[in-house]
Design a protein around this ligand. Structure first.
Ligand SMILES: Cc1cc2nc3c(=O)[nH]c(=O)nc-3n(C[C@H](O)[C@H](O)[C@H](O)COP(=O)(O)OP(=O)(O)OC[C@H]3O[C@@H](n4cnc5c(N)ncnc54)[C@H](O)[C@@H]3O)c2cc1C
Length: 446
């Protein structure tokens, strides 16, 4: 194996067994002109294109699904081009990370307010393509809420500019077709690299907050009580700046934790808004940090026996599936147990926000889940469990955030992308649109 193969294959998803002979090139352009030239070469050879950022995506989309393809990485397109403090935006190349952007903005008293836990490695091009967000998404929105405009290169080499209102393209036919489809930034959000290569983003920035925050902990007797409390916080639009849930912890790692519980941060003086959602214990800054660390370390620890596996992160519990949280969690657990797995840890962002495929926002709990799996289980069997989970989620009204919607269980978004791809041409991450092929390929990559 060559270094190039390692770079092409490295990704955080469970789909890592790549057939490197089908990667016809791995490229690191520095400019939009270089991207245009690389796409031209792919086009001439009839190859697909897989855009890749930090490889931290969990859906496997940046693998390209083992099709004959070239991979274009944004990792050398990481410059901050313009900062306009007065007008509240920054123009950046797609390979910059939120941490890199904020390191530059901090001396100016400004901040880019999208903070996934992976903000040190995830690129803004990748975050928009998965519409990511962090544990402050409830207050600050997802990536689409913080993106004003993008530039993209399409498969025919045309350059496209997309904002919240529409598109401009140097190919008049494509511009007319996309305008007829009313394409906007909402379509680029969570498009998983299927429309083109994002070469530049205009991101909204705001002053660093001077708000004084207070930490708190709320423990609940059961899952339904947690679901009801979160639903109430959402209805009352409680001013929560950081919200993390520990839903379940296995005996091996629970220690003195008493899940289900919420770790919260809110502006000083607003605790009364939260009092009637559960027994709120105010935390000192050091205790708050300790709780945040416990939550972050939870999935990094291992069971005494067996192997930990992250099968399907980002269960989106909202509306009925949140109010009936006991049923949601227990049915998923029963399904996993029927496959010989034991729950290890469940945790996530709450209250949180994400978008459904028709672009309406959903509010609730984004729950990650780690299980202990039998050592003998094959990759294909693991993939079958994922497919069962997708079906169970549909039945329970659990809609994963876009990053985890794999393989595109959200048919509304998929159909919309298919409509747009008729105008811009396919060839970018095309494997996503052939469900049988995608399932077969992905099953072989676990
Ligand atoms: C430890 C860890 C913590 C995480 N925490 C969070 C979290 O808190 N919140 C959250 O939302 N996610 C989280 N994630 C998931 C992940 O970080 C996000 O999905 C991230 O947005 C992906 O960015 P990336 O640059 O790594 O993209 P990649 O993984 O490289 O690619 C993701 C998708 O974007 C496409 N893409 C990448 N660059 C471009 C481009 N320039 N043009 C067009 N398409 C492109 C790819 O083709 C692929 O479909 C976490 C992941 C890990 C490993």
């Amino acid at each position: 194996m060559r270094l190039r193969d390692i770079m092409a294959g490295a990704n955080a998803s469970m789909y890592y067994r790549l057939d490197f002979s089908r990667v016809r090139g791995m490229f690191y352009p520095r400019s939009e002109d270089e991207v245009v030239e690389l796409v031209r070469r792919a086009r001439e050879q009839g190859l697909e294109v897989t855009p890749k950022g930090g490889g931290s995506g969990l859906s496997g989309a940046c693998t390209g699904g083992n099709h004959e393809r070239i991979v274009i990485s944004s990792l050398r397109m990481d410059s901050v081009i313009t900062v306009s403090r007065d007008q509240g935006y920054v123009d950046v190349q797609p390979g910059a990370t939120p941490d890199e952007i904020n390191a530059l903005l901090e001396p100016l008293g400004m901040r880019f307010w999208v903070a996934p836990s992976s903000r040190d490695i995830a690129t803004v091009g990748g975050i928009l393509s998965t519409d990511g967000g962090g544990n402050d998404t409830w207050s600050n929105g997802t990536m689409r809420d913080n993106t004003l405009r993008v530039r993209m290169v399409l498969y025919n080499g045309a350059r496209l500019v997309v904002d919240g209102h529409g598109v401009k393209c140097d190919d008049p036919e494509i511009e007319a077709a996309l305008t007829r489809c009313h394409m906007t930034l909402d379509d680029v959000a969570a498009s998983h690299g299927t429309l083109g290569f994002i070469t530049e983003l205009r991101l909204a920035i705001r002053p660093i907050s001077t708000e004084r925050l207070q930490g708190g902990l709320v423990e609940f007797g059961d899952y339904d009580a947690m679901g009801a409390a979160l639903s109430q916080m959402i209805r009352q639009e409680c001013p929560i700046r950081y919200g993390e849930a520990i839903v379940f912890a296995h005996d091996d790692v629970r220690e003195d934790l008493a899940p289900p519980l919420l770790i919260l941060e809110f502006p000083e003086g607003t605790e009364c808004d939260l009092q009637d959602t559960g027994r709120l214990e105010l935390l000192s800054p050091s205790r708050l940090q300790e709780m945040k660390d416990i939550r972050l370390k939870l999935p990094k620890r291992n069971p005494r026996d067996g192997i930990q596996v992250a099968l399907f992160e980002g269960y989106g519990l909202h509306d009925d599936s949140l109010v009936n949280m006991h049923r949601s969690v227990e049915e998923l657990t029963a399904l996993l147990r029927s496959h010989g797995m034991e729950p290890f840890a469940k945790y996530g962002h709450a209250p949180s926000k994400w978008y459904l495929g028709d672009n309406t926002p959903a509010y609730g709990l984004i729950m990650h889940s780690r299980e202990i799996r039998p050592a003998s289980m094959s990759g294909r069997e693991l993939f079958e469990v994922v497919m069962d989970i997708v079906q169970a989620c549909k039945r329970l009204g659990i809609t994963p955030k876009p990053e985890h919607k794999w393989p595109f269980s959200d048919q509304v978004k998929k159909q919309r992308l298919e409509e747009l791809r008729r105008a811009v041409g396919g060839h970018f991450n095309a494997f996503i649109f052939d469900p049988d092929d995608a399932s077969e390929t992905l099953a072989s990559m676990v």
